[in-house]
Every structure is written in C-alpha cells, then in structure tokens.
Design a protein. Structure first.
Length: 278
C-alpha cells in the first residue's frame, strides 16, 4: 500500500478521487514534475521544485504552498512510502470548475497530486545504448513549460515504441529540438552540441547536471541546434532525462552511430554524472 498527496492530505492511493470537471482531466490544464530518488535520497529536488513553480507561474496557476513546504511534503512522501530507488511524480492543475475554455472566475483551489513509484536505474540502456527514430515535432510552441498536454510526445513515443525504439528524436523542419521525453546531444570531433534553451525545448534538470559534467571533464559545449543531417553524422549521440540519466544513442533511423556502441566521451560523462548521485 502506498501513500499519495491529494492537496494537503496524505492518504492511501485507493482512497483518492478526482472530480470529472477537474481542468487537468478536461483540458490538460496543469503541469507536472518527475524527481528521481536514489536509495531514499531525492536528487536535484530543489531544481525540480523551482521549475514546477516557474511553469505554474507561466500558466497563472497558484500553488497554495511555499517551496519549502512543497519540499517537505515530497520528502515526507518518500519517507512514508519507504521508497528506495524510483521517482516521485507530482502534478498540479487549475482545479475544479464548470467547463469553460477561459480561466474560471471563482479562482478554484488548484488540485495537487504526488505519488511515488519504485524503479531500478536503467542499467542495461546505460551500458548498451538505445535505438531511436526521427519524428516530426508537432508539439506547441511553449515546450519550455512542463505541461500535462503531452499528445505530441505521446504520439511520437508510440511510433518509436512500435518500431522497437526507445525514443523519438523530434525535429522542426530540419532542426533537431529534443527527444519526446528527453534532451538530446551530439559530439563531433571533441565538441558537444545541443539545442539552446528557448521555447522549443524543456530546460532539462539532467541536461544542466550533465553540462556541469562536461565542464568538469573538459568537453567544450556549443549550444547550437543541429540539423537532421548533422545529427546523423555525429561521432556520438546521447539523451538525458530524470529517469534515463545519460543514455547513449547507438542508432537513429537506419544510421548506426559511431561504432554502434557508446562512445568514449559519453562514457566519461556517464562516470562524472554517476559521481554526483546520492
Ligand atoms: N521527461 N524534454 C522533455 C520533452 C521531457 O519530457 C523531459 C523529461 C526532458 C528532460 O527533463 P529532466 O532532465 O528535467 O527530466 C526533456 C520526464 C522525465 C517525463 O515526462 O517523464
């Protein structure tokens, strides 16, 4: 039995109910975060919580707790559920109100939910790498907001899944943006390339930690978007996310990356990343 937060109540998951006119349910009118937990320790929780508040702010959703209180609630949930390694999922929606597209006038209380899931680190993928495919980036123009509206990502990931691939690498025309649920990176002749932070991608927390690793190991970073052609001709490719950490990409469509196994720089980044884990 596992506990969850529903607003300010810590309760059994089975006892939690959500209203059918919750704007998250009807419009995807809300935001979410996924925070990794290693051996009972939250990783980069502060950065995730900061992003949660920034995204809520962008959508004018008012979170009725301070950041400190939120941190405490998440910590308490992990303790209560005796979570070892896994993650916390949290989301907040604009709340329950009669259905209108515009914001409801009576300022409903936001609906906050958080729960934990056990899950081992993806050691196989980290070691051997994963296959990916290109997919058109059909998402909206505010991908910097971690919105509950994920259909563009869901459809791309499903196509990848049907083709036995782990991730869909998204592109707008010729420009590679990010993965359907990850950021993507290429290394060519000892330089790392990745899409700059703007409205076309989510500023990944793992991306930030990984860039710190690059500085530590002396790998120069250029935050410039790659074309599909450039992406396919990189010496090494990898993706990052909270649950995927630093996962090597060994294939994109029909193109085998480098030698078909994770490259030297990627290994070094993985080691530097691993050294930061709690
Ligand atoms: N996805 N880009 C997109 C579109 C994402 O959905 C994610 C994360 C990232 C990486 O962000 P971070 O490093 O902060 O996890 C980039 C989460 C894990 C998910 O949807 O499950």
């Amino acid at each position: 039995m596992s506990k969850i937060w529903l607003n300010e109540q810590l309760m059994e998951q089975q006892q939690a109910t959500v209203q059918i006119e919750d704007r998250g349910f009807q419009f995807g009118d809300g935001i979410y975060e996924v925070i990794k937990v290693y051996n009972g320790n939250l990783f980069t929780a502060e950065q995730h919580i900061d992003r949660f508040y920034r995204c809520a702010d962008e959508l004018k959703i008012v979170i009725p707790y301070t950041k400190d209180k939120m941190h405490q609630m998440i910590y308490e949930l992990v303790e209560e559920n005796e979570l070892g390694t896994g993650h916390v999922y949290m989301q907040i929606t604009r709340g329950v109100a009669p259905r209108t597209h515009y914001f409801p006038g009576n300022n409903p209380q936001a609906t906050f939910v958080a729960y934990t899931t056990e899950g081992a680190r993806p050691v196989n993928n980290l070691k051997n790498g994963v296959k990916t495919i290109f997919q058109d980036d059909i998402r909206w123009l505010r991908c910097d907001i971690k919105s509950l509206n994920l259909l563009g990502a869901v459809l791309a990931k499903q196509t990848a899944h049907e083709q036995g691939c782990y991730e869909a690498v998204l592109h707008r025309d010729e420009i590679v943006t990010e993965g359907s649920s990850s950021n993507v990176f290429g290394i060519k002749e000892g330089v790392l390339y990745t899409h700059p932070i703007n409205n076309y991608i989510l500023n990944g927390i793992t991306r930030m930690v990984m860039l710190e690793c690059c500085r530590e190991i002396g790998l120069p970073v250029v935050e410039e978007a790659m074309t599909k052609t450039q992406f396919k001709s990189m010496d090494e490719l990898f993706l990052t996310s909270t649950t995927s950490e630093v996962t090597p990409i060994v294939q994109i469509d029909e193109v085998v990356v480098g030698e078909g196994h994770p490259g030297e720089w990627t290994r070094k980044i993985q080691q530097a990343f691993e050294a930061k884990l709690p």
